[in-house]
Write a protein that binds this ligand. Structure first.
Ligand code: KG4
Ligand code: ZN
Length: 336
């Protein structure tokens, strides 16, 4: 079954064609990063307007790369939430128009479920069910038990900022542009993680996360000493990143122990972070769990993951009708 996925929840316009939920035939992403960088963050109306102009060319590129036409498409999967509602509406309406005109089955997909479906792409052997999943993106930080495709039980979530949001806000304070996660990651590689003492919050507080305290601690350092430069900048990035990773690893370890899982998947943009990937590999070795992380390109927003998630829903016979609409807040656990 060839599924066309469309993604427009934030600042990437993406289309992909995926065979049977696993094999990516054609994939295209138009990033608006350069447009929003000027504003220091995503401007919702500008994002929507760029989706309107980018979506059809991106779709054409994905079809060309797949060597396919709309006649070959057996189903359409589109992100229906969570995200910027004006941005989501562009993808939803395009998907509905194609589904209606070509009589192609349609499903709406939760963006977070998409992230948790990327692990089966590129012919990788994915985890079995149930397994533990750590989802760390720009908008979400959650630990869930994945019971089946699209069936999740929430164990813990952030009480304030998402992990990626904290990377971006700290990066902005340090003048590293937007989004700052990849730059902090790069600088952290040459920095000393012990150079600055930052808070290690949420000890013994269940499986919820909190990242705003360490962000405020960085702000205090910047206010007291100014933005560090050179080696000191790398040291601050490394120290901040280490405190984020420390918490993610502590909570994930606790979830592994409490729920006695044998497999762990990690998804979302922050899963591209090299320090986190190395710490997770270490955790897997210590606890004996099998670790699954998509390639860095499949950790950040793309449409192949939406097509993969949609495939399992279409397989179960799920169909969206033409009343399908976008939803800004859509919890993962309510995905079904
Ligand atoms: O999953 P994603 O592409 O979009 C959302 O659904 O939010 O995640 C984007 C987030 C941004 O906050 C970005 O700074 C962060 O992921 N990110 C990283 C890295 N690459 C992307 N954070 C830390 N290290 C990275 N290498
Ligand atoms: Zn995302």
């Amino acid at each position: 079954m060839l599924v066309l996925g469309l993604e427009s929840s934030c600042d990437e316009t993406a289309a992909a064609l995926v065979e049977d939920g696993v094999r990516v035939r054609g994939d295209a992403v138009a990033s608006q990063v350069a447009v929003h960088a000027e504003w220091g963050g995503v401007v919702p109306e500008i994002a929507s307007r760029h989706h309107v102009t980018n979506l059809i060319p991106v779709l054409q590129t994905a079809l060309e790369r797949a060597g396919a036409t709309l006649d070959d498409v057996d189903g359409i999967a589109v992100t229906r939430g969570p995200g910027l509602v004006g941005a989501l509406l562009v993808g939803v309406q395009a998907a509905k128009a194609m589904a209606w005109a070509r009589r192609i089955p349609l499903v709406g997909v939760n963006h977070l479920e998409g992230h948790l479906s990327a692990v089966w792409l590129d012919g990788e052997r994915g985890p079995a069910f149930p397994h533990l999943a750590l989802l760390v993106s720009g908008g979400h930080s959650e630990l869930v038990i994945a019971r089946d495709h699209g069936v999740f039980e929430l164990l813990g979530a952030t009480r304030d900022d998402a992990a990626g949001e904290a990377f971006d806000k700290v990066g902005k304070m340090l003048g590293l542009g937007y989004p700052a996660g990849p730059t902090v990651d790069k600088l952290a590689q040459t920095g000393d993680p012990h150079a600055f003492t930052l808070p290690r919050p949420m000890r013994g507080r269940g499986l919820d996360f909190s990242f705003s305290g360490m962000k405020t601690a960085v702000l205090t350092i910047v206010q007291q000493r100014g933005v560090p430069e050179g080696q000191a900048l790398a040291d601050l990035c490394a120290s901040f990143q280490a405190s984020v990773i420390d918490q993610l690893i502590r909570k994930t370890r606790a979830a592994i122990e409490q729920h006695r899982v044998k497999q762990l998947q990690v998804a979302g943009g922050v899963a591209a972070n090299r320090g986190l990937r190395a710490a997770l590999a270490e955790l897997a070795k210590e606890t004996g769990v099998e670790l699954f992380i998509p390639s860095p390109a499949r950790c950040t927003d793309n449409a192949a993951m939406i097509a993969a998630a949609g495939y399992w829903r279409l397989q179960r016979g799920e169909r969206a009708d033409l009343t399908l609409n976008a939803t800004a807040t859509l919890p993962l656990a309510d995905g079904r």
